[in-house]
Design a protein around this ligand. Sequence first.
Ligand code: UDP
Ligand code: MG
Length: 326
Amino acid sequence: MSRPRLSVVVPCFNEQEVLAETAARLQSLLESLVQAGKIDATSNVWFVDDGSRDKTWEIIERLCKESHCIRGVKLSKNRGHQQALVAGLFCADGEAVVSIDADLQDDVAVIEHMIDRHREGADVVFGVRKSREKDTFFKRQTAEVFYRLMNWLGAESIRHHADFRLMSRRAVEAFASYREVNLFLRGIIPTLGFRTAIVEYDRGDRFAGTSKYPLRKMIAFALEGITSFSVTPLRMITATGFLVFAATLVMTAWVLWARFFTGEAVPGWASTVLPLYFVGGVQILCLGVMGEYLGKIYTEVKARPRYLIEAMAGVPAEGSAPASYG
Ligand code: UDP
Ligand code: MG
């Protein structure tokens, strides 16, 4: 059976507390997999420093010096988890690439099962959490609302799958041809097709440091996911517009009827002012949704690079590291 070269990609943003431990665990995993004859001896780990402000890059550089199987990529500034992941996927040279968070909340031992599925022919293997017990109540609830909303809006995503997955070289290359800047990997990867598989695992606690996903980033991420994958909000505008129009027709008929057939005093103020506010509100809301998509088009047509690499460490051609982009 084939022994693919495995690259593990780890996006890191201010992860100085966890890096050394993460590197040690991943390294020992690689060693045992090499021993078991499941992966090639040239397998490696790629740490992508997503513009950290702490000692993350210094630690990565040190790890690269200490071990032949560790590589570092430093992005020029903080671009967010998804972009850091993409940078890692494109830099990594493995025949199979596994992405995993730096905090090791995802069980590294599961990588072995992912490799097994890959060796059986799967191009994409999704890591799926069995339960979310370890997440806070708030995170669980918001995630649930998010999945529901996504599905309802027609953007299918794999439930309880975060960004812990294996991709074959072929799948990574196919993904590279998707040039969109607004990235929501969990939505895009399933649309690639190919043979896929799922492995289940239990998600643990972050073993050190704090979450790098505050509420602000979570909301931005959810909005990104929805507007990158669904045009339903745009259609809802049309529906709202239609409803308001119909309601206005009915109201007009009623006002005319009241004026000509009942002789009652027409309630002038309410019928003039209330619709004004109402329609005004609806219009502003609609403009907001339109703006959301317009903003997307704006960033896409600029076609700016998704990330810039400032430095590399541990790669053979070091020193002449070009300021590359993707
Ligand atoms: N991360 C990143 N850039 C960011 C935010 C997060 O590269 O702007 C990385 C972070 O270092 C970690 C992963 O994304 O490896 C997931 O973040 P975290 O564990 O904080 O998220 P949570 O598990 O709380 O959802
Ligand atoms: Mg985490």
